[in-house]
Design a protein around this ligand. Sequence first.
Ligand SMILES: NC(=O)c1ccc[n+]([C@@H]2O[C@H](COP(=O)([O-])OP(=O)(O)OC[C@H]3O[C@@H](n4cnc5c(N)ncnc54)[C@H](O)[C@@H]3O)[C@@H](O)[C@H]2O)c1
Ligand SMILES: N[C@H](CO)Cc1c[nH]c[nH+]1
Ligand SMILES: [Zn+2]
Length: 432
Amino acid sequence: MNRVQWSRLDAGARAALLARPAEMNAPDVSEQVAAILADVRERGDRAVRDYTQRFDGIVLNEPRVSVADMDEASATLPAALRTAIEEAAARIEAFHRAGMAADYALDTAPGVRCERMLRPIARVGLYVPAGSAPLPSTALMLGIPARLAGCEEVVVCTPPRADGRADPAVLHAARVCGIDRVYRIGGVQAIAAMARGTASVPACDKLFGPGNGWVTEAKRQVSSGAGAVGIDMPAGPSEVLVIADAGANPGFVAADLLSQAEHGPDSQVILLSDDDAMLDAVDAQVRAQLAQLPRAGIARQALACSHLVRVASLDEAFEISNRYAPEHLILALRDARAWLPRVRRAGSVFLGDWAPEALGDYCSGTNHVLPTSGAARYCSGVNVSSFQVAITVQEVSAEGLAQVGPCAAELASAEGLEAHRRAVTLRLEAAA
Ligand SMILES: NC(=O)c1ccc[n+]([C@@H]2O[C@H](COP(=O)([O-])OP(=O)(O)OC[C@H]3O[C@@H](n4cnc5c(N)ncnc54)[C@H](O)[C@@H]3O)[C@@H](O)[C@H]2O)c1
Ligand SMILES: N[C@H](CO)Cc1c[nH]c[nH+]1
Ligand SMILES: [Zn+2]
């Protein structure tokens, strides 16, 4: 990892340090993604098959996973894994249920009733990554809030394994969420199919889920222009920023950094500390622990664009973190809760030495589909509201119109919109 002292960096070097690896490759990816999206729009399932063969090395005959295959996946999954999926599902459901928004109504003036009613998005497409590792936990993180929201139709796409099948744990997790429409399609071609529809895959109203740089760019592109669909957020390559003080446990901190570095070569991990000895100790621990990881090669690539940063103070660390807006923020601090009010931008926060980010990834109950690339500045992680639309309603009596109509008429005149004004004044006259 690169070791730097923040106070010695000029503005350009600071910006470069906080840039995401994926941002640097964006121009190439964007053209390639646009070409695949256009091809799937044009040739539908045939293009999906071609790209599956090219990028996943699989000849895809029937993309949809059969009920028999789903049954078999559940039946053959090791019991301990089945139990862990179900245990995680229960906690994720409890947390998300508690945070559900409700309908509400308010009289804003006598005779003027305003309401908000929530409705599920009818058909949603969930992307469950499986390029370098299948992520059944992601199926839970998306499928559970979709079910709580009441979405009528839920479609899942996930890349096929080397044997052409979908990962059985992903299938079981989908089933736990009540989902039976799963396709063995990954990457840009999956996003294209769910956004526009093909003969096999229904077109969805909104797409959800994390993915690598190609998937994230594909979601960005299908969310604008003609025929656009909704997307949850940019949820690209994983990131973690750790703020550690002199009392932190360097072994724990190193393990947390590596846990995100092992996701992919374009993951990014950053440690900020006001203590040189802590930075030295974490650096040594990263090297030692790296050697024990099966995915050391991937983690090493991620570490090449990751940083150990000496800050002058913890205040400075929070300034940097709020500027970076990390997907995950770990506060390895004494009395971490006391520092929480300083956090203004982050996807999910982990307080103290006993809350590894991996718990949030799997089973503390919070969602792990979170904004990356600084998107935590303006959006939140997936929750039940992500799967709903809020419709407002107003009911007005003649008395209510008399109360608020003059206000509307005045504003309409100021805007020079005479038809608006008359729509109000005609009624005021009729009611008088
Ligand atoms: N932000 C979040 O909330 C969050 C959560 C979980 C995972 N993640 C991230 O999701 C990502 C998962 O990535 P992954 O690669 O393991 O799986 P993935 O499913 O996102 O991508 C695999 C697909 O990429 C496509 N692909 C591979 N090489 C390509 C190429 N050269 N051109 C075009 N398409 C290509 C293939 O079709 C393949 O099926 C990781 O970066 C991880 O950090 C993020
Ligand atoms: N850390 C990922 C979110 O960035 C989520 C995940 C799934 N499995 C393991 N981790
Ligand atoms: Zn993770």
